[in-house]
Design a protein around this ligand. Structure first.
Ligand SMILES: Cc1ncc(COP(=O)(O)O)c(C=O)c1O
Length: 342
């Protein structure tokens, strides 16, 4: 049945803004965010499995009962990462304004499939976020009046740093062997990626396997969690044309060390200017907001691509990463079109 005909048979339920259920759900969430404890209750994985993993219910459940069931069985076991007693991760998601934005994004539910018909304003908000992130890191933006297509933006939003790094590796692959997107990888050994040993995040190796390049990761020795630059030079000379990209970390996951990005940039460029330089600044984006820390990421704007993770360092409560590219048009090389297929 056609979608419109289905709707005629099942008219959409209009949300009543005075219905208490949504308000109570919001209150529950806000009280959760205000509690001091990390955990409400602890149980073993087996106990939680037996409590929560069920078969499809035979009887339907009313909204009130679903909420009560959530409060009873699920909520006490939820972990609160923004608790002042927890220091494990940065992804706390407790910025008030970001929480408000998240609620409004859920309720307004703009369909980002296209600007003209489905998201008249949201598309431009997304572009603005990408432009702000670019500007923070020193990438040059086109004038607003020259932003006419997606190719004029210079970045994409993704659900996480892993996906952003994967997109970066796809870009590196296309830069190294244009058209691989369509023809497939011919000689995987030409797509090796250099990372600092013990610092490189697993997402780069995973990305290379996902995009068909094979797990050709070359690890270079480090000093104080930064590239040993002599070793980096030696490695690049030794592997020559095999190297597709060099990845440097602006804030590694464990120590938060920021590499000497300018030095890495300059020496890679001097040896082979065609190597794709990618900066993983999932954590290092933080430095861009502080006049005192800004010099730590000096040189980052010389890299071809940068991953940033606002969900790690900006306390936003939803998954939000971005892959930014120095040359906005580079994203054309990894695009596909829906024309002809349904
Ligand atoms: C340096 C670095 N890169 C990439 C990632 C992957 O990010 P995400 O978990 O958002 O996919 C992480 C996550 O911890 C990270 O620390």
């Amino acid at each position: 049945m056609h979608a419109k005909a289905i709707r005629a048979h099942n008219p959409p339920v209009v949300v009543d803004p005075h219905d208490g259920l949504a308000h109570r759900a919001l209150d529950l969430g806000l009280h959760f965010k205000a509690r001091p404890e990390i955990f409400g209750r602890r149980s073993t994985a087996g106990e939680i499995r037996d409590l929560l993993v069920t078969d499809l219910p035979i009887e339907p459940m009313a909204g009130e009962a679903v909420l009560a069931d959530f409060v009873d069985r699920v909520l006490p076991l939820c972990k609160y990462e923004a608790s002042p007693r927890f220091m494990g991760f940065g992804d706390t998601g407790d910025d008030q304004l970001a929480l408000a934005g998240s609620v409004l994004a859920t309720l307004t539910q703009q369909n980002m499939i296209n600007q003209s018909f489905d998201s008249p304003s949201a598309t431009f908000i997304e572009i603005t976020v990408l432009r702000w992130l670019r500007e923070l890191l020193g990438y040059v933006n086109p004038m607003v009046g020259n932003v006419n297509t997606v190719w004029d933006v210079g970045g994409i939003i993704t659900p996480g740093g892993t996906t952003s790094n994967t997109v970066a590796m796809m870009l590196a692959r296309e830069a190294k062997a244009p058209g691989t997107m369509h023809s497939g990888v011919a000689d995987p050994s030409r797509f090796a990626v250099v990372v600092p040993r013990g610092v490189g995040h697993y997402s780069v190796k995973a990305a290379l396997t996902w995009i068909g390049c094979g797990a050709h990761v070359i690890e270079v020795a480090t000093d104080g969690f930064r590239y040993n630059t002599d070793e980096l030079v030696r490695t690049l000379r030794e592997h020559g044309d095999r190297v597709m990209a060099v990845v440097a970390y602006a804030g590694d996951s464990r120590t938060q060390t920021v590499d000497d990005l300018r030095a890495v940039h300059d020496l890679v460029r001097a040896i082979d200017p065609t190597i794709w330089l990618h900066a993983d600044a999932c954590w290092g984006l933080l430095a861009a907001f502080s006049p005192n820390l800004r010099d730590k990421i000096d040189g980052i704007a010389g890299f071809e691509s940068i991953t940033v993770d606002p969900h790690k360092i900006m306390a936003v409560p939803y998954g939000l990463s971005a892959l930014l590219v120095r040359d906005p048009a580079a994203l054309r090389t990894i695009s596909t079109y829906s024309g002809g297929c349904r």
